[in-house]
Design a binder for this molecule. Structure first.
Ligand SMILES: [Zn+2]
Length: 264
């Protein structure tokens, strides 16, 4: 859940004037790719009205880019906001921002290798976050990046009972980043998951195939005992398949563009 905390009414030109980050504009292609990433993740069923994707600023590694508080399918280039790693918006100019932006900032701070972050509530992954004895593991070659085990963040361990399960502070973001460690995927108990990568396109690929792996693992488990990828297979398959991310991106981009055109 990521409800509005304020409603902005300024125009794009006013937003630029208000910016505290003039002269440091992010690359326009990167901004366009971030918009595309939003649309792909919606079209592929990873996000719905909720969930978000960010990318580290190409000129300022201590900043990241993330849409204002809105459904990913509707994001345009004018909706991208720049943040520092504490989740402080630098050019929001009154526009509402996501409640869970601290996920992104604290992961970028903890993981210099991470260039993009996807947080979602993709529906088939959530069950793996709430069962105690079934690990979420790579079961197919397209998802080798998941490896042989996935950390599971339980907010109750950090903040006690009665939270809304959302990562709404830097302390919670830090705790989540600590649970993620050096892995690619972290489950979030009863909430969703967060996926990281060294590029935006790879993060989108991994978020899509995290959901695919969850479907495949759940289906295989119903049929019988599952043979998972080994540690060695996880490494080899991810090294091999992830050289092909561009193919998925190019296809998903066109498909999402058609879907977006249908919305408008
Ligand atoms: Zn969330």
């Amino acid at each position: 859940m990521h409800e509005n905390s304020a409603i902005g009414t300024k125009t794009a030109s006013q937003i630029t004037e208000d910016s505290r980050c003039q002269g440091s504009s992010a690359d326009q292609d990167l901004l366009r790719d971030l918009v595309t990433a939003n649309h792909i993740l919606h079209d592929q069923g990873v996000v719905d009205a909720f969930g978000h994707v960010s990318v580290r600023h190409d000129k300022h590694p201590d900043r990241f880019l993330l849409a204002r508080n809105m459904a990913p399918a509707l994001v345009g280039i004018e909706d991208i906001v720049e943040f520092d790693l504490d989740g402080e918006p630098l050019n929001a100019a009154g526009r509402a921002v996501y409640l869970e932006r601290f996920i992104h900032g604290q992961i970028y701070r903890a993981r210099p290798d991470v260039i993009a972050v996807v947080h979602s509530h993709s529906p088939t992954v959530v069950p793996f976050s709430v069962v105690k004895k079934t690990p979420f593991r790579a079961v197919c070659h397209m998802a080798g990046f998941i490896g042989t085990g996935t950390p599971n963040f339980d907010i109750r361990d950090v903040a006690g009972d009665g939270t809304d399960l959302l990562i709404t502070s830097n302390d919670l973001g830090k705790a989540l980043a600590k649970t993620l460690g050096d892995k690619v995927v972290v489950l979030m108990r009863g909430h969703g998951s967060t996926v990281v990568a060294g590029s935006l396109k790879k993060a989108v690929y991994r978020a899509v195939y995290t959901e695919v792996n969850a479907r495949t693992q759940a289906e295989a488990s119903r049929l019988g005992e599952v043979t998972f990828l080994s540690e060695a297979e996880s490494v080899t398959t991810s090294n091999s398949i992830e050289t092909q991310v561009f193919r998925a991106w190019d296809f998903w981009k066109q498909k999402a563009a058609a879907a977006t055109a249908a919305i408008f």
